[in-house]
Structures are given as C-alpha cells and as structure tokens.
Design a protein around this ligand. Structure first.
Ligand SMILES: [Fe+2]
Ligand SMILES: [Fe+2]
Length: 159
C-alpha cells in the first residue's frame, strides 16, 4: 500500500510536483497506523526496494495521537496546495477552473468530516488512509490536464 512516486506523475510544473510529493509523504506517514500489512518489496529494484522497505519497517509505528497530528498537517499541506493550483487557474484563465476547484472543495469537506469523526474517537484511521491512498493518484491525474493547459496558455502568451 505504500505509495511510491511514479515518473508519469511529473506535471512539468516543479513546485506543484514538489507539493504532490509532500502530500504523498504525508499519506505514507498516515499509513504507519496500520499494523504489518505484509508489503511485497521483492519485485522492486534498487531505490524503489530501499524506499518500500523503509516504509514497511514503519508500519504500525504510529500512535493514534500521532495519526491525528499528521492528519492535521496533511490537511494544512493540501489546503495550501489547492490554493496554489487555484491561483494558477486564475492567472491562466483555465477553462475548467470552477469544476476543478469544486473537486478540491468536496475533497476537503469529505476529509474534514472524517477528521472530526476521528477526533471524536471513531476508529476510522485505516479507512481514511485507504481513501487517501487511492485519492492521490486520481488527484494527480486530474491535475495533469490543468498543468498542460497552463503550459499552453503560457506558450501562447509568449511567457
Ligand atoms: Fe494537485
Ligand atoms: Fe487539483
């Protein structure tokens, strides 16, 4: 379940890619709440295997209090990232800016609802982690269109 960075996730906008990596790291940290998921690292090579083994060694090492803290930081990081993306929409008049922002808003509402439930003592950490684990790939795929559009706009402006 550990997320490893995929080269096809590079959007070509460096600071957005750096933010996506930070978000991925937070999600991997949240995954440490899960006890021993028996990760398969044998099929990986080189740095990927080292990275996966490192994450695997940390599974089950996160306390519930730490999970709450990392979740807070994750949401702060995502809010900042969404604000940056939305600023790009404005600067470049991205035609799908409104629906893209709506996906951000809906995601935050959904995750904050889980966060509130968690803070009230609900045992939903693993479920939340699994949702985030799937979400990041969908989020980046959706962003690829945005970044391609931003680049087209900038090229046509001569920027
Ligand atoms: Fe993004
Ligand atoms: Fe986005």
């Amino acid at each position: 379940m550990t997320i490893l960075w995929q080269s096809e996730w590079n959007t070509g906008v460096d600071f957005i890619d750096a933010q996506h990596r930070d978000i991925m790291d937070y999600i991997n940290q949240l995954g440490h709440i899960i006890p021993d998921p028996k990760p398969k690292v044998s099929s990986l090579l080189g740095n990927e295997a080292v990275e996966a083994a490192h994450y695997a060694s940390l599974f089950g090492s996160l306390s519930t209090a730490e999970f709450g803290y990392v979740l807070d930081e994750f949401i702060r990081c995502v809010e900042n990232h969404f604000a940056c993306e939305e600023l790009l929409h404005v600067e470049d008049a991205y035609q799908l800016a409104a629906p893209h922002k709506e996906t951000h808003d809906l995601f935050l509402v959904r995750i904050k609802k889980y966060q509130t439930q968690y803070n009230l003592g609900e045992d939903n950490a693993e479920k939340l982690y699994r949702i985030l684990n799937k979400w990041i790939e969908q989020h980046i795929a959706y962003d690829m269109d945005l970044m391609a559009s931003v680049k087209r706009c900038r090229m046509s402006d001569g920027a």
